[in-house]
Each structure stands twice: as structure tokens, then as C-alpha cells.
Design a protein around this ligand. Structure first.
Ligand SMILES: NC(=O)c1ccc[n+]([C@@H]2O[C@H](COP(=O)([O-])OP(=O)(O)OC[C@H]3O[C@@H](n4cnc5c(N)ncnc54)[C@H](O)[C@@H]3O)[C@@H](O)[C@H]2O)c1
Length: 373
């Protein structure tokens, strides 16, 4: 089998861009590496660590390089659209961090451009690459619990994540628990329930702790699917800093007509307790945990864990598998751009329902989801 090589552009050299770039250096098929960050220090630092071939603070300059054959967009949540559109113009395959955009109308425009140009664009729903979820997906594909009738999802997150995320921008209207983080659990459940289409959602939010930062603490909702399946999707990202789950823990119950699948994914199976403080699970520039943390659920950082300078876990599987998709055309379970757009609209529909106190019929037009007040 002959394989293509990759001329890789990475736009956004922060926490996640760095992880994916370091992984690219381990992949023999990446023959050229170009980096961009508006923060020259971040870009140059990563270039020095990875021996990149090209580095710039202007993504257009990077994307104009003839060596580039694929791009990763790993900029901050509000800054995805311009680099995606520039890469789509070149028609190269894309790996985009979630969400596709934070504005639903922009997201629709981005998806249309990707589809019109026939670009192979995938979105970073990293949890799909965990063995436990891949095998659950297969059991469901094989019909082992009959017809799925009811699903309940509970996502608990440490408030370090919203604090670290929201401090990066003043544009916080769309940076809700569902849009930024619940989207991972939502994608997982929509993937596991593939074939079912939501027709209505009803949700409620509250904000006693994080309201002052311009976001919500918790959003709980109930979706009804076209075949009558009920799905309760719940997230709180306001758990105290000292909660041992440093980032993300979920439970998903899937009830079928002939069985049930019960997923406990809270990471309570590997725990460290120490007189020495443990760091923040989600590390981003200039952020440190507000309170000393002495107990930690090891494994609660969704991308994976570092050992001897290398990241092990689903982000490795996801990134390396994407490279295989590019070089050898292998079939992969990556979320598509259409999945990413759908996920944004569903998370925003929950927020709209919570804002108005009314159920929202689905599908809903992107314009109707804009935050206008
Ligand atoms: N897949 C996952 O599990 C996962 C986990 C965490 C974060 N994320 C997503 O990854 C993305 C990046 O998150 P992060 O934690 O790395 O953030 P970060 O703030 O650490 O990094 C973002 C970088 O983008 C740069 N940037 C912003 N605008 C730019 C532009 N126009 N051109 C070039 N660079 C620009 C910033 O300077 C910063 O260095 C977000 O969308 C986030 O939601 C995904």
C-alpha cells in the first residue's frame, strides 16, 4: 500500500495545539510541520520543542505555504471561524477543535463552505476514541440491548475549567456549560443513539457561582427523539476546585427493550491523596488552581495523561488515527463537521429553552438561537 505524506499546519499553539503537534512529531508520515499562533512566544516555544519547519503569527501566511496539505485548527473557542474558512479555500483536510463556531449562524456558514468545497473536515470529539465507548457503540450496533428507549447522562466538571476558559475572552454569551463542555457528552450520546433525531428539548439552568463570570453553573434538559426515546442530558461545571475530579466525569445509563448499559466514567478507580498539593487538571497559560488540591481522581483529564513527556490516552488515538485517515484513507470514527454543527445547535437549543423557560421544537433555525439580550 502506498501512503501519502502530510504537510501539517497547526493553527493555535496553546494547550491542545501543543499536544497534537507533539504527536505529529511521532508520526513518520508527517513530512513537514508549520505552526501559527498570534502569541509569538507560544508559537516559537512549540517550534523550538518540535523542530517545526515554519513558524508565524499569521495563519494566512502559514496556509499559503505550498507544503501544507492538511491543517489542525486549535485556536480558542471564539476564534475558529477565520482559520477554518481560510483552510477551506485551499481545499485541504481539516481537524477542528470543538465547537465548529460559537455563533450558530457562522457555524452554518462554515459547514456550508466545507460541504460545498468537498473538504474532509473532522471535529475533535476525543472521547469517541476511548475503548469503553467504542465497545459500547459496537454492542448497540449489534442490537444487544434491543431498541434503546431512554438515556440518562450526568456530566460533572470541576469549576477550574470554566474559570480558565472564560478568563480568555470577554465574549462569553455563548460560552455556556453545554456549548463548551457538555458538547462532549452530548456528542457521545448522539453517536451512541445514531439514527435517532431530537424533535424537542426542554431545559433549565442556574448560576449561583459562575453567574458573575457570565456563564451558568448547571444545565439540565430532556430531549425527546423522533421515535419517542427520552434522553435526559445534564451537566454541572461548577463543582468546587477541591473536588477530586480535576476536569470531567460522566455517568451514562442506556435503557433498551431487552437490556441496559450502565457506564460509570467518573475516574474514581485511580485516586491519589497527598500532603503535597496536586495541580490543576486543565492547564492553560497563566492559570493556577484557586485552592490547594490534595486529592485527585487520576485520569479525569479527558485528552489523556502525560508520562515521561508523552501523552497517553484518547487524544493520541484520535490524532494518530486522523493521520492514518489522511495517509492511508482508513475509515475512522471521527465526528464530522456536520456532527459538530448539529452538536452546537443542540447545545444552544438547550440554552435557548433554559433562557426562555419554554420547550424548543427541533430542528431549530440557527438565527433563532442567537443570544440577542
Ligand atoms: N478535544 C478535547 O478534548 C479538548 C480539550 C480541551 C480543549 N479543547 C478545545 O481546543 C481548543 C483550544 O483550547 P486550548 O485549551 O488549547 O486553548 P489555549 O488558550 O491554551 O490555546 C489557544 C491558542 O490559540 C491562539 N489563538 C487565538 N486566536 C488565534 C488566531 N487567530 N490565530 C492563531 N492563534 C490564535 C491563542 O494565542 C492560544 O495560544 C478550544 O476550542 C477548546 O474547546 C478540546
Amino acid at each position: 500500500m502506498s501512503a501519502e505524506t502530510i504537510g501539517l499546519a497547526v493553527i493555535g499553539c496553546g494547550t491542545i495545539g501543543r499536544v497534537r503537534t507533539v504527536l505529529a512529531t511521532e508520526y513518520p508520515g508527517v513530512s513537514w510541520l508549520g505552526l501559527c499562533d498570534i502569541d509569538g512566544e507560544a508559537a516559537n516555544g512549540l517550534a523550538a520543542d518540535t523542530g517545526a519547519d515554519f513558524v508565524t503569527t499569521d495563519f494566512r501566511e502559514l496556509l499559503a505555504r505550498p507544503e501544507v496539505t492538511a491543517a489542525i485548527v486549535a485556536t480558542a473557542e471564539n476564534e475558529h471561524v477565520d482559520p477554518i474558512m481560510a483552510a477551506v479555500e485551499r481545499g485541504i483536510p481539516l481537524f477542528i477543535e470543538k465547537p465548529l463556531a460559537t455563533d450558530p449562524v457562522e457555524s452554518e456558514r462554515v459547514l456550508a463552505a466545507i460541504e460545498d468545497r468537498g473538504v474532509d473536515a473532522v471535529v475533535g470529539y476525543t472521547q469517541r476514541f476511548r475503548r469503553r465507548f467504542l465497545t459500547v457503540k459496537q454492542r448497540l450496533r449489534d442490537g444487544q440491548i434491543g431498541e434503546v428507549s431512554s438515556v440518562v447522562t450526568r456530566a460533572f466538571m470541576n469549576r477550574m475549567v470554566p474559570i480558565a476558559t472564560l478568563r480568555k475572552t470577554d465574549r462569553r454569551d455563548a460560552l455556556t456549560p453545554m456549548v463548551v463542555s457538555g458538547t462532549h457528552s452530548l456528542d457521545m450520546c448522539m453517536w451512541l443513539m445514531e439514527g435517532k433525531t431530537p424533535v424537542e428539548v426542554y431545559a433549565r439552568s442556574c448560576d449561583p457561582v459562575l453567574g458573575e463570570l457570565g456563564t451558568k453553573d448547571s444545565t439540565f434538559g430532556i430531549f425527546t427523539m423522533d421515535d419517542g426515546t427520552l434522553w435526559s442530558m445534564n451537566i454541572s461545571w461548577a463543582l468546587p476546585t477541591i473536588w477530586p475530579g480535576a476536569v470531567y466525569g460522566i455517568e451514562i445509563g442506556i435503557v433498551g427493550t431487552k437490556g441496559v448499559i450502565d457506564i460509570e466514567d467518573t475516574h474514581r478507580d485511580v485516586i491519589i491523596a497527598s500532603e503535597l498539593p496536586q495541580g490543576a487538571g486543565y492547564v492553560t497559560k497563566g492559570y493556577a488552581a484557586e485552592a490547594p488540591r490534595h486529592v485527585d481522581f487520576i485520569g479525569s483529564y479527558p485528552p489523556g495523561d502525560l508520562s515521561d513527556g508523552l501523552l497517553w490516552g484518547p487524544m493520541r488515538e484520535e490524532t494518530m488515527t486522523w493521520f492514518n485517515r489522511l495517509t492511508m484513507g482508513v475509515k475512522t470514527p471521527h465526528a464530522t463537521a456536520a456532527d459538530g454543527h448539529r452538536n452546537l445547535l443542540l447545545t444552544m437549543a438547550m440554552d435557548l429553552s433554559a433562557r426562555t423557560g419554554r420547550p424548543v421544537s427541533l430542528p431549530v433555525a440557527a438565527e433563532d438561537l442567537l443570544v440577542t439580550d
